[in-house]
Design a protein around this ligand. Structure first.
Ligand SMILES: C[S@@+](CC[C@H](N)C(=O)[O-])C[C@H]1O[C@@H](n2cnc3c(N)ncnc32)[C@H](O)[C@@H]1O
Length: 298
Protein backbone atom coordinates (compact mmCIF):
# COMPACT_ATOMS: atom_id res chain seq x y z
CA UNK A 1 0.00 0.00 0.00
CA UNK A 2 1.28 3.44 -0.91
CA UNK A 3 1.46 5.48 2.27
CA UNK A 4 1.12 8.96 0.74
CA UNK A 5 0.22 10.35 4.15
CA UNK A 6 3.78 9.69 5.35
CA UNK A 7 4.93 12.48 3.01
CA UNK A 8 1.87 14.73 3.21
CA UNK A 9 1.43 14.96 6.99
CA UNK A 10 4.24 16.63 8.92
CA UNK A 11 3.38 17.89 12.38
CA UNK A 12 2.14 16.25 15.57
CA UNK A 13 -1.15 18.10 15.03
CA UNK A 14 -1.39 16.88 11.40
CA UNK A 15 -1.11 13.29 12.57
CA UNK A 16 -3.57 13.59 15.45
CA UNK A 17 -6.07 15.30 13.12
CA UNK A 18 -5.69 12.67 10.39
CA UNK A 19 -5.92 9.81 12.89
CA UNK A 20 -9.10 11.28 14.35
CA UNK A 21 -10.61 11.48 10.86
CA UNK A 22 -9.61 7.91 10.02
CA UNK A 23 -10.99 6.55 13.30
CA UNK A 24 -14.28 8.36 12.80
CA UNK A 25 -14.54 7.03 9.21
CA UNK A 26 -13.80 3.48 10.33
CA UNK A 27 -16.23 3.67 13.27
CA UNK A 28 -13.92 2.09 15.78
CA UNK A 29 -15.28 1.67 19.31
CA UNK A 30 -14.11 3.93 22.15
CA UNK A 31 -14.42 2.96 25.79
CA UNK A 32 -11.04 1.58 26.78
CA UNK A 33 -9.60 4.75 28.24
CA UNK A 34 -10.86 7.35 25.75
CA UNK A 35 -14.33 8.21 24.50
CA UNK A 36 -13.62 9.96 21.19
CA UNK A 37 -11.56 9.71 18.02
CA UNK A 38 -9.35 12.74 18.72
CA UNK A 39 -8.17 11.48 22.13
CA UNK A 40 -7.56 8.00 20.72
CA UNK A 41 -5.25 9.43 18.00
CA UNK A 42 -3.63 11.80 20.50
CA UNK A 43 -2.71 8.93 22.88
CA UNK A 44 -1.08 6.96 20.06
CA UNK A 45 0.89 9.92 18.67
CA UNK A 46 2.16 11.01 22.11
CA UNK A 47 3.30 7.45 22.86
CA UNK A 48 5.35 7.33 19.65
CA UNK A 49 7.10 10.63 20.39
CA UNK A 50 7.55 9.52 24.01
CA UNK A 51 6.32 12.78 25.46
CA UNK A 52 3.95 13.40 28.39
CA UNK A 53 0.47 14.57 27.40
CA UNK A 54 0.83 17.98 29.02
CA UNK A 55 3.55 19.11 26.56
CA UNK A 56 1.16 18.81 23.60
CA UNK A 57 0.74 22.58 23.20
CA UNK A 58 4.53 22.92 22.96
CA UNK A 59 5.04 20.13 20.43
CA UNK A 60 1.91 20.24 18.29
CA UNK A 61 3.57 22.20 15.47
CA UNK A 62 6.82 20.20 15.66
CA UNK A 63 7.66 18.10 12.59
CA UNK A 64 7.84 14.36 13.00
CA UNK A 65 10.65 12.27 11.55
CA UNK A 66 9.86 9.77 8.80
CA UNK A 67 10.49 6.93 11.27
CA UNK A 68 7.98 8.43 13.74
CA UNK A 69 5.39 8.92 11.00
CA UNK A 70 5.77 5.29 9.92
CA UNK A 71 5.31 4.11 13.48
CA UNK A 72 2.16 6.19 13.92
CA UNK A 73 0.81 5.01 10.57
CA UNK A 74 1.34 1.38 11.60
CA UNK A 75 -0.34 1.91 14.98
CA UNK A 76 -3.36 3.50 13.29
CA UNK A 77 -3.56 0.54 10.89
CA UNK A 78 -3.50 -1.94 13.78
CA UNK A 79 -6.05 0.08 15.77
CA UNK A 80 -8.41 -0.05 12.79
CA UNK A 81 -7.75 -3.49 11.33
CA UNK A 82 -7.23 -5.48 14.53
CA UNK A 83 -9.57 -3.32 16.64
CA UNK A 84 -7.00 -3.43 19.44
CA UNK A 85 -7.64 -0.88 22.20
CA UNK A 86 -4.85 1.72 22.15
CA UNK A 87 -3.68 0.72 25.64
CA UNK A 88 -2.61 -2.68 24.24
CA UNK A 89 -0.77 -0.94 21.40
CA UNK A 90 1.13 1.43 23.71
CA UNK A 91 1.47 -1.02 26.64
CA UNK A 92 0.09 1.58 29.04
CA UNK A 93 -3.38 2.12 30.50
CA UNK A 94 -4.30 5.06 32.73
CA UNK A 95 -6.25 4.75 35.97
CA UNK A 96 -6.88 7.32 38.70
CA UNK A 97 -4.28 9.55 37.04
CA UNK A 98 -1.55 6.88 37.15
CA UNK A 99 0.00 4.88 34.30
CA UNK A 100 -0.24 1.06 34.48
CA UNK A 101 1.56 -1.50 32.39
CA UNK A 102 -0.94 -3.64 30.45
CA UNK A 103 -0.99 -6.46 27.96
CA UNK A 104 -3.71 -8.76 26.67
CA UNK A 105 -3.56 -10.87 29.85
CA UNK A 106 -5.39 -8.10 31.72
CA UNK A 107 -8.36 -5.86 31.09
CA UNK A 108 -7.67 -2.29 30.07
CA UNK A 109 -8.16 -0.27 33.31
CA UNK A 110 -11.34 1.84 33.16
CA UNK A 111 -13.42 1.23 36.27
CA UNK A 112 -15.33 4.23 37.63
CA UNK A 113 -14.13 3.02 41.05
CA UNK A 114 -11.13 5.30 40.33
CA UNK A 115 -13.30 8.27 41.26
CA UNK A 116 -14.22 6.73 44.63
CA UNK A 117 -10.56 5.95 45.35
CA UNK A 118 -9.51 9.55 44.67
CA UNK A 119 -12.20 10.72 47.12
CA UNK A 120 -10.90 8.26 49.74
CA UNK A 121 -14.25 6.39 49.58
CA UNK A 122 -15.80 9.28 51.51
CA UNK A 123 -18.33 9.49 53.05
CA UNK A 124 -18.48 5.72 53.60
CA UNK A 125 -14.96 5.30 54.97
CA UNK A 126 -14.48 7.49 58.00
CA UNK A 127 -10.86 6.52 58.67
CA UNK A 128 -8.08 5.22 56.41
CA UNK A 129 -8.24 1.43 55.98
CA UNK A 130 -5.29 -0.53 57.38
CA UNK A 131 -5.76 -3.57 55.09
CA UNK A 132 -7.27 -3.57 51.62
CA UNK A 133 -8.18 -6.46 49.31
CA UNK A 134 -8.44 -5.85 45.56
CA UNK A 135 -10.28 -9.01 44.53
CA UNK A 136 -10.03 -9.78 40.78
CA UNK A 137 -7.16 -7.35 40.41
CA UNK A 138 -6.11 -7.82 36.75
CA UNK A 139 -3.32 -5.26 36.20
CA UNK A 140 -3.51 -4.31 39.89
CA UNK A 141 -4.78 -0.84 39.01
CA UNK A 142 -7.47 -0.61 41.71
CA UNK A 143 -5.35 -1.94 44.57
CA UNK A 144 -2.25 0.05 43.62
CA UNK A 145 -4.28 3.27 43.24
CA UNK A 146 -5.68 2.52 46.75
CA UNK A 147 -2.10 2.12 48.01
CA UNK A 148 -1.30 5.59 46.66
CA UNK A 149 -4.42 7.07 48.26
CA UNK A 150 -3.92 5.32 51.63
CA UNK A 151 -0.16 5.48 52.03
CA UNK A 152 -0.01 3.38 55.21
CA UNK A 153 -2.32 0.59 54.04
CA UNK A 154 -1.27 -2.98 53.28
CA UNK A 155 -2.87 -4.14 50.05
CA UNK A 156 -3.45 -7.65 48.67
CA UNK A 157 -4.04 -8.01 44.93
CA UNK A 158 -5.74 -11.33 44.14
CA UNK A 159 -6.71 -12.97 40.87
CA UNK A 160 -7.28 -16.46 39.48
CA UNK A 161 -5.10 -15.71 36.46
CA UNK A 162 -1.36 -16.32 36.84
CA UNK A 163 -0.59 -14.26 33.77
CA UNK A 164 -2.63 -11.33 35.12
CA UNK A 165 -0.64 -11.47 38.36
CA UNK A 166 2.61 -11.28 36.36
CA UNK A 167 1.37 -7.91 35.07
CA UNK A 168 0.20 -6.87 38.57
CA UNK A 169 3.69 -7.69 39.93
CA UNK A 170 5.26 -5.51 37.24
CA UNK A 171 2.99 -2.66 38.29
CA UNK A 172 3.86 -3.15 41.96
CA UNK A 173 7.52 -2.71 41.00
CA UNK A 174 6.80 0.18 38.65
CA UNK A 175 4.84 2.03 41.36
CA UNK A 176 7.46 1.23 44.04
CA UNK A 177 4.95 -0.18 46.54
CA UNK A 178 6.56 -3.61 47.06
CA UNK A 179 6.87 -3.04 50.80
CA UNK A 180 3.11 -3.09 51.34
CA UNK A 181 1.40 -4.47 48.22
CA UNK A 182 1.44 -8.24 47.57
CA UNK A 183 -0.26 -10.60 45.13
CA UNK A 184 -2.23 -13.78 45.84
CA UNK A 185 -3.22 -16.40 43.26
CA UNK A 186 -6.74 -17.29 44.33
CA UNK A 187 -10.05 -18.52 42.96
CA UNK A 188 -12.32 -15.99 44.66
CA UNK A 189 -11.56 -16.05 48.39
CA UNK A 190 -10.22 -19.64 48.38
CA UNK A 191 -6.50 -18.97 48.94
CA UNK A 192 -6.84 -15.93 51.17
CA UNK A 193 -6.51 -18.14 54.25
CA UNK A 194 -8.76 -16.32 56.66
CA UNK A 195 -7.11 -12.92 56.15
CA UNK A 196 -9.20 -9.91 57.22
CA UNK A 197 -9.56 -6.53 55.55
CA UNK A 198 -11.03 -3.09 56.27
CA UNK A 199 -11.85 -2.47 52.62
CA UNK A 200 -12.77 -5.05 49.99
CA UNK A 201 -12.89 -3.53 46.55
CA UNK A 202 -13.57 -5.47 43.38
CA UNK A 203 -14.21 -5.05 39.70
CA UNK A 204 -15.04 -8.71 39.01
CA UNK A 205 -16.27 -10.29 35.78
CA UNK A 206 -19.92 -9.19 35.47
CA UNK A 207 -20.99 -9.16 31.83
CA UNK A 208 -24.22 -11.07 31.21
CA UNK A 209 -24.67 -13.45 28.28
CA UNK A 210 -26.74 -10.94 26.25
CA UNK A 211 -24.23 -8.09 26.55
CA UNK A 212 -21.32 -10.46 25.89
CA UNK A 213 -22.78 -11.54 22.56
CA UNK A 214 -23.25 -7.95 21.38
CA UNK A 215 -19.98 -6.38 22.50
CA UNK A 216 -17.85 -4.47 19.94
CA UNK A 217 -14.77 -6.22 18.52
CA UNK A 218 -12.41 -4.27 20.83
CA UNK A 219 -13.60 -6.41 23.76
CA UNK A 220 -12.59 -9.64 21.99
CA UNK A 221 -8.93 -8.79 22.57
CA UNK A 222 -9.45 -8.71 26.35
CA UNK A 223 -9.29 -11.96 28.39
CA UNK A 224 -12.81 -13.44 28.39
CA UNK A 225 -12.27 -14.68 31.96
CA UNK A 226 -12.28 -10.99 32.95
CA UNK A 227 -15.68 -10.29 31.43
CA UNK A 228 -18.13 -13.21 31.41
CA UNK A 229 -20.01 -14.19 34.55
CA UNK A 230 -22.95 -16.41 33.65
CA UNK A 231 -26.40 -15.75 32.24
CA UNK A 232 -27.25 -12.73 34.40
CA UNK A 233 -23.63 -11.57 34.92
CA UNK A 234 -23.83 -12.21 38.66
CA UNK A 235 -22.14 -15.61 39.12
CA UNK A 236 -19.03 -14.09 40.68
CA UNK A 237 -20.82 -11.33 42.60
CA UNK A 238 -23.07 -13.89 44.34
CA UNK A 239 -19.91 -15.42 45.84
CA UNK A 240 -18.67 -12.01 46.98
CA UNK A 241 -21.97 -11.26 48.72
CA UNK A 242 -21.92 -14.67 50.40
CA UNK A 243 -18.41 -14.37 51.86
CA UNK A 244 -17.59 -10.66 52.13
CA UNK A 245 -18.76 -10.26 55.76
CA UNK A 246 -16.40 -13.10 56.85
CA UNK A 247 -13.44 -11.34 55.22
CA UNK A 248 -14.20 -7.83 56.48
CA UNK A 249 -13.24 -6.44 59.89
CA UNK A 250 -15.99 -4.73 61.95
CA UNK A 251 -16.66 -1.33 60.34
CA UNK A 252 -15.35 -2.69 57.02
CA UNK A 253 -16.61 -1.64 53.59
CA UNK A 254 -17.43 -3.57 50.42
CA UNK A 255 -17.26 -1.82 47.03
CA UNK A 256 -18.10 -3.82 43.89
CA UNK A 257 -18.66 -2.93 40.23
CA UNK A 258 -21.44 -4.82 38.45
CA UNK A 259 -22.09 -2.45 35.51
CA UNK A 260 -25.25 -3.21 33.56
CA UNK A 261 -25.96 -6.18 35.84
CA UNK A 262 -27.14 -3.74 38.54
CA UNK A 263 -30.81 -4.29 37.70
CA UNK A 264 -30.46 -8.08 37.88
CA UNK A 265 -28.68 -7.66 41.21
CA UNK A 266 -31.46 -5.52 42.70
CA UNK A 267 -33.98 -8.15 41.59
CA UNK A 268 -31.96 -11.06 42.96
CA UNK A 269 -31.39 -9.41 46.37
CA UNK A 270 -34.52 -7.33 47.11
CA UNK A 271 -33.79 -7.42 50.86
CA UNK A 272 -30.41 -5.64 50.50
CA UNK A 273 -30.32 -1.81 50.31
CA UNK A 274 -27.50 -1.39 47.79
CA UNK A 275 -26.10 2.10 47.61
CA UNK A 276 -25.18 3.21 44.07
CA UNK A 277 -22.77 6.19 43.97
CA UNK A 278 -23.09 8.67 41.10
CA UNK A 279 -20.00 9.44 39.03
CA UNK A 280 -18.90 12.85 37.85
CA UNK A 281 -16.73 11.46 35.02
CA UNK A 282 -19.05 8.73 33.75
CA UNK A 283 -19.74 5.11 34.59
CA UNK A 284 -22.38 3.42 36.70
CA UNK A 285 -23.21 0.15 38.42
CA UNK A 286 -20.89 0.24 41.43
CA UNK A 287 -22.43 -0.63 44.78
CA UNK A 288 -21.26 0.13 48.31
CA UNK A 289 -22.25 -1.92 51.37
CA UNK A 290 -21.00 -1.91 54.94
CA UNK A 291 -20.12 -5.16 56.72
CA UNK A 292 -23.00 -4.44 59.08
CA UNK A 293 -25.46 -4.27 56.15
CA UNK A 294 -24.11 -7.58 54.86
CA UNK A 295 -24.62 -9.22 58.26
CA UNK A 296 -28.18 -7.87 58.52
CA UNK A 297 -28.97 -9.31 55.07
CA UNK A 298 -27.87 -12.84 56.03
C1 LIG B 1 -13.23 -7.15 35.03
S1 LIG B 1 -11.58 -7.77 35.22
C2 LIG B 1 -11.00 -6.50 36.29
C3 LIG B 1 -9.55 -6.29 36.35
C4 LIG B 1 -9.13 -5.06 37.18
N1 LIG B 1 -9.66 -5.13 38.52
C5 LIG B 1 -9.57 -3.79 36.50
O1 LIG B 1 -10.45 -3.09 37.03
O2 LIG B 1 -9.02 -3.45 35.44
C6 LIG B 1 -11.87 -9.16 36.24
C7 LIG B 1 -10.68 -9.97 36.72
O3 LIG B 1 -11.23 -11.07 37.48
C8 LIG B 1 -10.39 -12.18 37.34
N2 LIG B 1 -11.16 -13.39 37.71
C9 LIG B 1 -12.08 -14.06 36.96
N3 LIG B 1 -12.56 -15.11 37.63
C10 LIG B 1 -11.96 -15.10 38.85
C11 LIG B 1 -12.03 -15.95 40.00
N4 LIG B 1 -12.83 -17.02 40.03
N5 LIG B 1 -11.29 -15.63 41.08
C12 LIG B 1 -10.44 -14.56 41.05
N6 LIG B 1 -10.31 -13.74 39.99
C13 LIG B 1 -11.06 -14.00 38.90
C14 LIG B 1 -9.95 -12.12 35.88
O4 LIG B 1 -8.75 -12.85 35.70
C15 LIG B 1 -9.80 -10.60 35.68
O5 LIG B 1 -8.46 -10.21 35.89
Amino acid sequence: MLKTEINELHSVLDWVRWGATRFAQEQIFFGHGTDNAWDEAFVLVMSVIEQPWDVYEKVKTARLTIAEREKIFDLYERRINERLPSAYLTGTGWFAGFPFKVNQDVLVPRSPIAELILKGFEPWLTEPPGRILDLCTGSGCIGIACAHQFFNAEVVLSDISESALVVAEKNIGFHKVKDRVTTCLSDGFAALDGQKFDLLVSNPPYVDAGDLASMPAEFQSEPSIGLASGEDGLDFTRGILKHAAEVLNPGGLLVVEVGNSCEALEQAYPHISFLWPEFEYGGHGVFVLTREQLLQAE
